[in-house]
Design a protein around this ligand. Structure first.
Ligand SMILES: Cc1cc2nc3c(=O)[nH]c(=O)nc-3n(C[C@H](O)[C@H](O)[C@H](O)COP(=O)(O)OP(=O)(O)OC[C@H]3O[C@@H](n4cnc5c(N)ncnc54)[C@H](O)[C@@H]3O)c2cc1C
Length: 401
């Protein structure tokens, strides 16, 4: 059967699922149906800060981000109302303690032609006068990085998907998978079985309960994460998105002259999602968290001291056992594909995750080597041990976007 006659079901209308649908539709794949139990972007996608950098930790990650960064630019031309903000690139900040580990990655960036510049405090302040970088700190500037406003991106994708003929079915939970032997033949919903030649589980924090019905387990954990948006400043400040690990968070300019501040919670224990009915609205941040973050950040970015805050967004991040995404075909279940565990960078990966998942579905293989991301790369006993332990985020990986 040609791909034009096949049906793909995508479970989850976050940035991963929507990007997969977009890519499949652009490839001329037959029928593409996206289900979301709540609505478009209702998971972590609407809550993301949308920061992107290509300066990651592994060869596969860097190559995947090169695809993603290129696609964000193309999407800026194709999605109505969406712009990838690359005006200032993206600045990754390090102190003397954190820099050596990153410095060891520079030869990898050189080999893969991932551009960067190492900036000292004076140069950072010359470029962005609002930032006061302490002595001994360094900035690793990614000229191809930037940020997206999640609401604009999601709205643009939605409109384009409808134009491309993708069926968007919101407020419909996919309760399970239909299997014939070891082959997927469809999904179960409240209105009945929907037949499919391929199913993509883009269910992120809900993946473990979703796949449990088919006896599939993956080494995935979820952690609470939060970000805040200010009221508009009196005048917008020229500022790059800054991944500021020494201060335990990140900031960026936001729509309408606002500031976005993201805050990590290293000591907070993992949060387990055990049923499909769970909604992220049930989460809350910890009392006083934002104010403590402002204390850490305010010498670096003095306007924070007087800023008034407008909104808070709390969601989940998903992490695998080795810190790398889990993306590709599920072993032992022909026709089933997953994409999750994008650490804190699932928004950033999403155009590429969608491209690769679509390539798996339509062509059987992705256009770059994704062996390092394959589901099933971890032995079953390691997966079980990882799932059995309860850990806090600082016992997992610190991977910023
Ligand atoms: C506060 C915060 C800030 C972040 N900042 C950044 C950032 O700056 N840069 C970055 O790259 N990443 C960031 N992230 C991470 C990013 O948000 C996620 O990695 C990304 O949104 C994951 O997208 P997704 O589509 O895979 O998952 P989600 O957006 O969570 O989508 C999963 C969807 O599946 C649906 N679903 C689940 N189960 C079912 C079912 N059985 N049937 C039907 N529907 C189902 C859910 O309703 C949900 O809409 C941040 C996350 C948070 C919480």
């Amino acid at each position: 059967m040609s791909t034009a006659q096949r049906t793909a079901v995508i479970v989850g209308a976050g940035v991963t699922g929507l990007s997969t649908a977009y890519q499949l539709a652009r490839m001329g794949y037959g029928r593409v149906i996206v289900f979301d139990k709540d609505g478009i972007g209702a998971g972590s996608s609407r809550r993301a800060a949308g920061i992107t950098t290509g300066l990651l930790w592994s060869e596969t990650g860097i190559r995947a981000r090169q695809v993603a960064t290129r696609l964000f630019r193309e999407l800026s031309r194709d999605l109505p109302g969406y712009v990838f903000h690359n005006e200032h690139g993206c600045l990754n900040l390090f102190d003397e303690r954190l820099w050596p580990a990153r410095e060891r990655l520079l030869p990898l960036y050189d080999r893969l032609l991932a551009p960067y510049q190492v900036l000292g405090p004076e140069e950072i302040q010359r470029r962005w006068p609002a930032l006061r970088v302490p002595k001994g700190f360094l900035g690793l500037h990614d000229p191809l990085g930037g940020y997206s406003e999640p609401t604009e991106y999601l709205a643009g994708l939605r409109q384009r998907l409808l134009e491309l003929g993708v069926e968007l079915r919101e407020r419909e939970t996919v309760s399970g998978l239909e299997l014939r032997g070891d082959r997927i033949v469809g999904v179960r919903t409240a209105s009945g079985v929907v037949a499919a030649d391929a199913v993509v589980a883009a269910t992120y924090a809900w993946t473990l309960p979703f796949l449990a019905s088919a006896g599939i387990t993956l080494p995935a954990k979820t952690f609470v994460h939060q970000r805040y948006v200010s009221e508009p400043l009196a005048a917008p400040l020229p500022l790059p998105p800054v991944n500021a690990d020494p201060f335990g968070g990140y900031l960026r300019p936001a729509h309408g002259g606002r500031i976005l501040l993201g805050v990590e919670t290293p000591a907070r224990p993992e949060f387990r999602v055990s049923d499909l009915g769970f909604r992220l609205d049930e989460l809350s941040d910890q009392e006083g968290l934002r104010d403590r973050a402002i204390e850490r950040f305010r010498d670096f970015f003095p306007p924070l001291a007087t800023i008034r805050w407008e909104s808070a967004h709390v969601g989940l991040l998903s992490f695998s056992l080795d810190g790398e995404p889990i993306l590709g075909p599920v072993p032992g279940c022909s026709g089933l594909f997953v994409g999750l565990c994008f650490h804190s960078g699932g928004f950033s990966y999403s155009p590429a995750s969608g491209r690769f998942l679509a390539e798996y579905v339509a062509n059987g293989a992705p256009s770059i080597d994704l062996t390092a991301f394959l589901p099933g790369r971890n032995p079953a006993d390691e997966t079980q041990a990882y799932l059995a332990a309860t850990i806090s985020q600082d016992q997992s990986f610190r991977r910023r976007h």
